[in-house]
Structures are given as C-alpha cells and as structure tokens.
Write a protein that binds this ligand. Structure first.
Ligand SMILES: Cc1cc2nc3c(=O)[nH]c(=O)nc-3n(C[C@H](O)[C@H](O)[C@H](O)COP(=O)(O)OP(=O)(O)OC[C@H]3O[C@@H](n4cnc5c(N)ncnc54)[C@H](O)[C@@H]3O)c2cc1C
Ligand code: FES
Ligand code: FES
Length: 478
C-alpha cells in the first residue's frame, strides 16, 4: 500500500498496476482533469504537476512530468496539482500574474505553465533563484505553448517573482512535513508487485529474488516503454528510497556520485567547478526531466545518444556494480558492449560512479549539438578532458555520443593529439583519425555524413577555444 498526500488529502493506495502513471491516476481515478495530456512522452509539459519532498532546509517543490512518472514513486511525498493552488477564492500569485499579463489563450498548456511557475515561485522563496530572465527561461523550457507566445508568460513569471511572499503552502509546511515524516516504509509483508526498498542490502536481495522486475529510478526513460510502446511492466523495484544510492561524496582525489543522484543535483554539486558540464545540464531535457532523471538511469539505459555517459568516460569514471554477492568496479567505458548491450548482470544494479578529481590545469570541454537548444536529444555530443601546456597536449581523453552504437572513446584521435603541439597540422590529422574511430549511422536526427562533419568541427572548436584567444563559439553565449 503506497501512501502520499494528494494536495491536502492523505492517500493509501493498493498498487494493482505498478506501471500506472500519475497522470492516468489523476485524470481517470480521481477525475482531477486540470492536469492535461499532450504528448505522454515528457516533451510538452501539459501534464506538469509539483512534487513536494523534505529537503535539507525544508520542503522542496519540484515540477515534473506526471505522464512519465509512475504512481508508486510518490510514496512518502506530497503531490500538488493545479486544482490546489487557489487559496479559498484567491488565485495564487502565479495564477494572478498569468491573468494580469494575458498569459493564456486556448488554455490547454496553461495548467502546466502555472505549475512550472509555481515551482519557480517556491524555489525563489528559498533564495536559490533570482528574478532573472535566464532562470525563468530555464524553468519554462519544458513547457510548450502554441498560441499565446512566451513573452506574456515570461512577464507573468517576472511579476510573480517580484515579491514571492509567503503563500498558504508556507503556512501549512510544518503540518505537511509532519505527515510525510510519519509515512512508513513500504511493507514487504503485503503481496505486491511494486517494491520500494530503503537500503542496498534489501535492494540486492530483491534484485536477486526477482530478476524479471524492472528497476525504476526517475522513470524518464523507462516510462516511455509504457506510454509510447504500450508495454506492461509487471513488476517494479523503485530505487528512490535507497539512501545509499543518493550519496554524493567528494574527497581531494575522488568524486563519488550515487546512481540516484538527479541531473539537477549533479548541476548543484559540480556545476561551479565544471562550467561546461553546467552548460550541458541546462540543455539536458527540461527542468521537469532533470528534477527526476538520474545519473544511474542515464548509464543503465545505455542509449548511444545519452549526454552524461560521454562526459563520465572522458573523466575516466568507473562504475560500481553491486549484487547480493558483493561489488565490482569497472571502467565505465567497458560497461557498454554493443547497442543497448551492457556489462550488468541480471542480479546487479549500478550503485555509483567514481571520478578521479581532475588536476587544476585540466579543461573539461563539452559540446552538444541538437536541432533545438532546449529540451532536445543530442545528434552528437563531444566530451574531452584535456591539458595543454606550452602549446602541447599532454593529456587527453575524448568520448563521443551519437557517433557509434555506444558512447565511445576516440582512441585514434586521442593518440594523434597526445604529446603533439596543438597546431593546425596536428588538428587536421586528429580530424582524419576520427574516420578510423567512428562509422556513425544515419537516423531521424542526423545523417552519418553530418555527424562526422560535426564531430570534426567540434574538435576544431575545442582546439580553437583552448588556444586562448578564441572568438565566441557557442550559440548560448551570443
Ligand atoms: C523529454 C525527454 C528529454 C530527454 N532529454 C535528454 C537529454 O537531453 N540527454 C540525455 O542524455 N537524455 C535525455 N533523456 C533521457 C533520460 O531523461 C535520461 O537518460 C535519464 O538520465 C534517465 O534517468 P532515469 O532516472 O529517469 O532512468 P529510468 O527511466 O528510471 O531508467 C532507465 C533505465 O535504467 C535502468 N536503471 C535505472 N537506474 C538503475 C540502476 N541504478 N542500476 C541498474 N539499472 C538502472 C532502468 O531499469 C531502465 O531500464 C530525455 C528523456 C525525455 C523523456
Ligand atoms: S503530456 Fe506532454 S509532457 Fe506529459
Ligand atoms: S495557450 Fe494555447 S497552447 Fe498555450
């Protein structure tokens, strides 16, 4: 029996279908139809609702796509829907701002926008976000509007953020925290096909006993099997309550990133030190996706166009796989065997990745090429950890997404650059070496020729940037 707060109502729900989405639950079981369905694939934001969880400094409010989130992952949390924003007869400041600024025409996208604005409003109350257009755009990048246009909606955000004073949710926060704290762990004594272990040992045992159950992290890949491919997932093991998997530890020499660290948290933890990782993460899906999607999910999904895996490979990460029998640690680049074929065994899960802390003189260069700047999957993604001293490349590890059936290192290219001066002749040879490293495919995102041309141009770009007097080469810096 899962337990959560639906707005102010405590819910206990016996999971009959472990793959029931939050959106279907809201619309079909609770008749809360303010939350809309557009694409059912996490792209349009019409289904946006807000998840509330206890964080370090109080309740945290995160917008998410209810169409690709399974209901069971709400256990122990509060779910806020658009029906709950009004305080008696008074609109919430974000709703009032949408009215004042004429932020809605047909209205289909409006509840989703309102919920994203609401999570922005609540986050700005914590001081983590300022009334800056960049923040506003980033929060709205996962919501599509086809008729109003974005200016009125951005103005509505600015209006509501001008003075994000306390609302009814601040008044109720202590009570909500108390209710959430009292929700027990899911009991394994009841027969269920939705499991939510709280520790790695319990997870390892479940994984061992139930090899056919699917592991669920943020669900931003897994749920598409249900909503797009119409598959049934008969048994799910949810990883979100396993504390050890949420660990983020840093020593002088090593960064340990738990598999359940979300992409948003990755940005918070590492973004200051690695600005190009931050820039990549800002373009990783949308805020809704980054709020739930995880590092472990990005690796385990084994997509050749995943964005985090090339970065981790370039940083020489290792991957810790755990089972009931113990742990083994392998270089991440060896995790991928072939298209969607990986090293992981049926009874294992990814516990964490470890990255050696790069020396201060290393540059982490990352370039993502996609058809759209925001909320789009890469055609090609390049990541390189590189050190150039006195004009000579003395360290380089370079990996690409989108260039092969797996995220893969550019070994020949690396060899061509290593210990050589970073000058046009060598760069041309390194570009030619990419032809030996990769035979990219053509698909809906890009042709093979385009991919190879882009990869070579990206190599040019990072060499130009490393030369020290580069012009602006990034579209998001123009
Ligand atoms: C709209 C949209 C935009 C997206 N944009 C991007 C993008 O820009 N870049 C990008 O790289 N990806 C993108 N994605 C894909 C997805 O968000 C990422 O791959 C994300 O990191 C997946 O993490 P998750 O926690 O949601 O994984 P889940 O969906 O929960 O899991 C994915 C797979 O990994 C397995 N798994 C999860 N955790 C573990 C573990 N610890 N051990 C073993 N197996 C595990 C699951 O069983 C499942 O098979 C996008 C997806 C959507 C829907
Ligand atoms: S319905 Fe489009 S993102 Fe959920
Ligand atoms: S108001 Fe019509 S889609 Fe946005």
């Amino acid at each position: 029996m899962i337990q959560f707060l639906l707005n102010n109502t405590p819910i206990s729900y016996q999971m009959e279908r472990p793959d029931l989405t939050v959106l279907d639950y809201l619309r079909e079981y609770r008749y809360l139809r303010g939350t809309k369905e557009g694409c059912a694939s996490g792209d349009c934001g019409a289904c946006t609702a807000v998840l509330v969880e206890q964080g370090e400094h109080g309740l945290e409010y995160r917008n998410f796509n209810s169409c690709i989130t399974f209901l069971g992952s709400l256990h122990g949390k509060q779910l806020i829907t658009v029906e709950h924003l009004k305080d008696n007869d008074r609109l919430h400041p974000v709703q009032q701002a949408m009215v004042d600024q004429h932020g809605s025409q047909c209205g289909f996208c409006t509840p989703g926008f309102v919920m994203s604005l609401f999570s922005l409003y609540k986050t700005s109350q914590t001081g983590q976000i300022t009334n800056h257009e960049e923040n506003i755009r980033e929060y709205l990048s996962g919501n599509l509007c086809r008729c109003t246009g974005y200016f009125p909606i951005v103005r509505a955000a600015e209006q509501s953020l001008a003075d994000p004073g306390p609302d009814q949710f601040n008044n109720a926060s202590r009570e909500v925290s108390d209710i959430l704290a009292k929700i027990d762990d899911l009991s394994e004594s009841e027969p269920t096909n939705f499991h939510a272990p709280t520790g790695v040992r319990e997870l390892a045992r479940l994984r061992n006993d139930r090899p056919n159950a699917r592991l669920l992290a943020g669900g931003t890949d897994l749920a598409l099997e249900v909503t797009q491919q119409h598959r049934d997932l008969h048994e799910i093991i949810y990883l979100g309550r396993v504390q050890e998997l949420r660990a983020f530890n840093r020593t002088e020499t090593r960064i340990e990133i738990g598999a359940m660290v979300t992409l948003d948290r990755l940005d918070i933890e590492l973004g200051d030190d690695f600005p190009e990782l931050r820039a990549l993460l800002k373009r990783f899906g949308s805020r809704q996706i980054r709020n739930l999607g995880t590092v472990g999910g990005n690796i385990a999904n084994a997509s050749p166009i995943a964005d985090i895996t090339p970065v981790l490979i370039a940083m020489n990460a290792t991957c810790v796989l755990e089972s009931f029998e113990g742990q083994r640690e392998i270089p991440l680049e060896n995790y991928f065997h072939g298209y969607r074929q990986t090293e992981i065994r049926d009874n294992e899960f990814i516990r964490c990745v470890n990255i050696p802390v790069p020396a201060n003189n290393m540059h982490l260069k990352i370039c993502k090429i996609s058809k759209r700047l925001d909320d789009d999957i890469s055609a090609v993604c390049l990541a390189a950890l590189i050190n150039v001293e006195d004009g000579k490349t003395i360290h380089i590890r370079m990996a690409f997404g989108g260039m092969a059936a797996i995220p893969k290192r550019a070994i020949h290219c690396e060899k061509t650059l290593l210990d050589q001066p970073l000058e046009p002749r060598v760069i041309e040879q390194a570009k030619a070496a990419l032809d030996r490293d990769f035979q990219p495919i053509s698909d809906v995102r890009a042709s093979a020729t385009y991919r190879m041309d882009v990869a070579k141009n990206l190599l040019d770009r990072i060499c130009l940037e490393l030369s020290g007097n580069s012009p602006v080469t990034r579209i998001d810096q123009l």
